[in-house]
Design a protein around this ligand. Structure first.
Ligand SMILES: Cc1cc2nc3c(=O)[nH]c(=O)nc-3n(C[C@H](O)[C@H](O)[C@H](O)COP(=O)(O)OP(=O)(O)OC[C@H]3O[C@@H](n4cnc5c(N)ncnc54)[C@H](O)[C@@H]3O)c2cc1C
Length: 398
C-alpha cells in the first residue's frame, strides 16, 4: 500500500468497482477499500438489470447471469394480472445476475487494470486539511492508518457514512426508506423467464413484492415496504412470510437477507472539495423500483472521467468537480430519477381499488402499440374517475 493515491475508492460494490476500473485503465493510481471480507457477499439485491444497460459496462457472461428474462407480470391487489413484454418493460426485463460472482468480476477487472484492492478494510473517517477531503482513515485487521488521495470517491452504498463524516447531509426520511426482506428460494413453481411484481396494501404497503427467477425452480422472493409502515408484526419479513406460506408453502429458503433501499430524491450535493459520491451513497437510485446497479456503475464511471480532468487541471475543488454532479443530473439517469420520484409519490397514495382499476384497464390495451404516455391517456379515457390521479402522473412524466 502506498501513502498517496490519485483516487481512493471506498466500497467494492458496482459503483466503486467501475470507478476503480475506469481510473486504473487510464493509468491513475487507485486504492479500493472494502469493509467486508469478501467482495459480493452477502448479496443484498434482487439482482435484476436491463440488458442494454449492463452491456454499457461489461460483456454478458453466463458465469454471472442466473436467468434471462423475457417479460414482467404485474399483479393487482385483487389478483388480476397483466403481462408486460420486453418492448414496454424496458429495464424491468433483462437479466437476473449472480451478484456474488458479478461484483467479484468487476473488482477483478479493476485489479487487472492496475487498481490495488484491500478487503476487510473499513474507512472510519476522512483525512481533512483546510476543510478539504484528502483521503481516509482506514482500519485493516485492527490496524489504523491514513491513506492520502487527491480524490476520494464515496461508493459506500445505502448505509453510507463517509459523506456525512465529510459534512454532507445524507439523511433520508423514514417513509422513503424501503424496508426490505428477501429469500433465495428453491423448489418453487415459477416461470423462469418472467419477473413478477405484486402490488397492494395487503402484500406490500407503499411498496411491492417481487419474484425474480434465478433458474428453473429458484428465485429471489422479496418485499419492500415503506419504513413508516413497518412495525412489530408487520415488518417486511412478516409480509414475506405470509406470501410464501400462501404461494410457495413447499419451497425451501436457502438464503435470507434484509436491508434498506432509499427511494428518496438524490443528495443535493454529490461533490465537495476532494470528494465525489456515487451510486447508492449519493441516493442515485430509481425511486419507483429501488434499482441502482446500473446507476452506481454509471455514476462511478462519470465521477472518474470528471475527476481525471480535475487532476490534469490541478484543481480538485468542489467547483472543479461540479461537472460530475451536473452531468449525472442532466443524463437519462438523473432525468428518470426525477420523473420516477414524482410517479412514486403519486402511486404510494393510491388505494388498492384505484390500482385494480388501472391494471384492469391496462391489461385490456394492446401494450405493444403504446408508449407510457399513450397508455395513461387511454386509461384516463376509460376511467374518468381516475382523471385527477392520472393527470398528476402525466405531468410528472412529461
Ligand atoms: C433487497 C434489495 C433488492 C434490490 N434489488 C435490485 C435490483 O433488482 N436491481 C437493481 O438494479 N438494484 C437493486 N437493489 C439496489 C442495488 O443493490 C444497489 O443499488 C447497488 O448495489 C448499488 O451499488 P453501490 O456500488 O452504490 O453500493 P453497494 O453495492 O451497496 O456497495 C457498497 C459497498 O461499500 C462497502 N462499504 C460500506 N461502508 C464502507 C466503509 N466504511 N469502508 C469500506 N467499505 C464500505 C459495503 O460493504 C459495500 O460492499 C436492491 C437492493 C436491495 C436492498
Amino acid at each position: 500500500m502506498k501513502d498517496n493515491y490519485d483516487f481512493l475508492v471506498i466500497g467494492g460494490g458496482p459503483g466503486g468497482a467501475i470507478a476503480a476500473r475506469t481510473a486504473a485503465s487510464e493509468g491513475y493510481s487507485v486504492l479500493l477499500v472494502e469493509k467486508r471480507p469478501a467482495i459480493g457477499a452477502p448479496v443484498r439485491c434482487a439482482e435484476g438489470i436491463g440488458k442494454e444497460a449492463l452491456a454499457e459496462f461489461i460483456k454478458p457472461d453466463e458465469r454471472w447471469i442466473s436467468a434471462e428474462i423475457k417479460r414482467a407480470e404485474l399483479v393487482a391487489p385483487d389478483g388480476v394480472s397483466m403481462i408486460v413484454g420486453s418492448e414496454m418493460a424496458g429495464s424491468k426485463v433483462g437479466y437476473i445476475l449472480d451478484r456474488k460472482v458479478f461484483d467479484r468480476e468487476l473488482v477483478w477487472q479493476a485489479a487487472e487494470a492496475g487498481a490495488e484492492v484491500m478487503v476487510k478494510t473499513r474507512a472510519t473517517g476522512p483525512v481533512m486539511a483546510d476543510g478539504k477531503v484528502k483521503g481516509a482513515v482506514v482500519d485493516f485487521c485492527g490496524k489504523r492508518m491514513k491513506v492520502h488521495a487527491d480524490i476520494t470517491i464515496a461508493a459506500d452504498g445505502v448505509e453510507s457514512k463517509f459523506s456525512r463524516w465529510c459534512g454532507i447531509d445524507t439523511a433520508v426520511p423514514v417513509r422513503e426508506i424501503m424496508s426490505s426482506a428477501q429469500y433465495l428460494m428453491t423448489d418453487i413453481d415459477i416461470d423462469p423467464a418472467t419477473t413478477v411484481f405484486y402490488l397492494g396494501n395487503k402484500v406490500a404497503p407503499e411498496g411491492y413484492l417481487w419474484v425474480f427467477p434465478k433458474g428453473e425452480r429458484t428465485a429471489n422472493v422479496g418485499v419492500g415496504i415503506s419504513g413508516k409502515k413497518s412495525g412489530p408484526g408487520h415488518r417486511a419479513k412478516d409480509y414475506l412470510g405470509r406470501f410464501i406460506a400462501e404461494k410457495f408453502p413447499d419451497g425451501k429458503t436457502i438464503e435470507c437477507v434484509v436491508g434498506g433501499v432509499s427511494v428518496c430524491r438524490p443528495l443535493e450535493k454529490t461533490v465537495a472539495d476532494g470528494l465525489m459520491i456515487v451510486g447508492d451513497a449519493a441516493r442515485v437510485v430509481d425511486p419507483m423500483t429501488g434499482g441502482g446497479i446500473y446507476n452506481a456503475m454509471f455514476t462511478g464511471k462519470l465521477a472518474v472521467e470528471v475527476g481525471v480532468k480535475a487532476l490534469s487541471a490541478g484543481d480538485l475543488s468542489r467547483e472543479s468537480l461540479m461537472p460530475y454532479d451536473q452531468g449525472w443530473r442532466a443524463s437519462p439517469v438523473g432525468k428518470t430519477i426525477a420523473r420516477n420520484w414524482h410517479i412514486k409519490e403519486k402511486f404510494v397514495t393510491m388505494s388498492d381499488a384505484k390500482l385494480n382499476t388501472i391494471i384492469h384497464s391496462a391489461r385490456a390495451i394492446d401494450l405493444g402499440d403504446f408508449s407510457t404516455i399513450a397508455l395513461i391517456k387511454e386509461i384516463m379515457k376509460r376511467n374518468p374517475l381516475l382523471l385527477a390521479d392520472l393527470a398528476g402522473l402525466m405531468s410528472a412524466i412529461k
